[in-house]
Design a protein around this ligand. Structure first.
Ligand code: C6P
Length: 413
């Protein structure tokens, strides 16, 4: 494992970071919560698969098919190791966090949520951890309730306690880190409370696994979901982890090839785990690309990833707070927030702001960030959001700050 963390060195592995964008400005990519850039190692792994090994998996016996199957299945072992899971049968490949949560809502939810039951989530969830539960609650006559947050974006766990006392809560589903506020959720406490009450817990790890060391076994939750594309990997690949006994008891999500043992005219039996939940040809090349992304992060070390992001966030919070009229959301406590900073600047609409700073090559996201319940709670229509990753530098934050100052001049603030 590398012991020094050289951003200079890392940046060389990302061809896109050499790009110049609008007005021939160097790209300053600060939209990593949406998706991260890909190192050459990931790009090459995908290209190598299609160039040298392409075939379908789990089916044929010829050489290419065996190579492809072996390479694909090795990734399952790697993912399990990366998140601290011992049993590879508990790792289900899906298209992303969204699909993982929908799988649980569909397959577990329809068997376990009944009329009058309560599903709890939080006010800072991504739509993918709200809408599937709304659909399920409507269908089953259940209720979706929210753990509220204080003005700094910290969850008010008394709300959870109050609902747990009703004895009607069946599932608590929370993001490990907010994609808008950067709040790191106190999942340990939530899981402990839920375990004591016999309530299942799903953790949306879309924004945590890419940025910090996560050991799912130690967390003790029941379901855990994340996406490859937010951690240097390709789009279209995600992971659902769930306890084996839960997966075994769940009916399939999708029907089709590979998820079956025997199909007869009117009856079908299911394949072993995890294949029961992996119908059809999976995203083979991108799963193999994901493997190279995990190798890359392991080489750097997740402790270094987190440390680097804390440094950048500290620097950015200091610099951004010095801009008059700029309001930053979320907690200032760096031990409880990740490298995501949402803000509003006077009364400039976030889309206008993002358009102006794009002229300086700075890429940030503006809008509701697929978190409209949170926007309502903050009483804003939208925010601007800068989010960091391993290749970002303090110099890039300086470019963001000077670009925001230019925007202030453009809008005559
Ligand atoms: N957030 C963002 O810009 P998918 O799209 O399935 O890979 O991930 C969905 C998702 C789920 N939970 C959280 C906490 C997320 O941040 C996301 C994706 C991106 O914030 C794209 S909307």
């Amino acid at each position: 494992m590398q012991t020094t963390f050289s951003v200079e060195h890392i940046r060389k592995d990302f061809p896109i970071l050499q790009r110049r964008v609008r007005n021939d400005r160097p790209l300053v990519y600060l939209d990593n919560a949406a998706t991260t850039q890909k190192p050459v190692q990931v790009i090459n792994a995908i290209s190598d698969f299609y160039t040298n090994h392409n075939s379908n998996i789990h089916r044929a016996v010829y050489a290419l098919a065996e190579e492809a199957t072996e390479a694909f299945e090795e990734v399952r072992d790697k993912v399990a190791r990366f998140i601290g899971i011992k049993d590879r049968q508990e790792i289900v490949f899906v298209r992303g966090t969204t699909e993982a949560i929908n799988l649980v809502a569909y397959a577990w939810g329809r068997q376990n949520i009944a009329s009058g039951d309560i599903i709890m989530t939080t006010e800072y969830e991504h739509h993918s951890n709200i809408v599937p539960w709304q659909l399920l609650a409507k269908e089953r006559g259940a209720r979706l309730e929210y753990i509220g947050m204080d003005d700094q974006g910290t969850l008010i766990l008394d709300h959870l306690d109050r609902y747990l006392q009703t004895g009607r809560v069946k599932l608590v589903t929370v993001s490990h880190m907010s994609n808008v506020l950067g709040t790191i959720t106190d999942v340990d406490t939530i899981i402990k409370k839920c375990k004591n009450a016999g309530v299942r817990v799903l953790i949306d790890g879309a924004q945590s696994v890419p940025h910090m060391k996560v050991n799912v076994q130690e967390l003790g939750c029941d379901f855990f979901a994340f996406s490859a594309h937010k951690m240097l990997g390709p789009t279209g690949v995600g992971v659902l982890w769930a306890k084996k006994e839960l997966l075994e008891a769940m009916a399939p999500f999708h029907g089709g090839g590979d998820m079956i043992r025997e199909v007869h005219k009117y009856e079908t039996t299911w394949n072993d785990l995890p294949y029961k939940f992996e119908a059809g040809t999976p995203n083979i090349a991108d799963v193999i690309g994901f493997s190279a992304a995990i190798d890359y992060l392991e080489k750097i070390g997740m402790d270094f990833v987190r440390k680097h992001e804390i440094e950048l966030t500290k620097y950015a919070l200091e610099k951004l707070s010095s801009i008059k009229g700029l309001k930053i959301y979320g907690t200032p406590d760096l031990s409880r927030r990740g490298g995501v900073i949402s803000f509003n600047f006077a009364d400039i609409h976030p889309h206008d702001l993002a358009t102006i700073i794009d002229e300086d090559g700075v890429a940030i996201r503006s809008g509701h960030h697929c978190a409209q319940v949170l926007m309502e709670r903050l009483d804003v229509a939208a925010t601007s959001r800068a989010s960091f990753y391993i290749y970002n530098t303090k110099d890039e934050i300086d470019v963001l700050v000077s670009s925001l100052n230019r925007a202030a001049r453009v809008f005559k603030l």
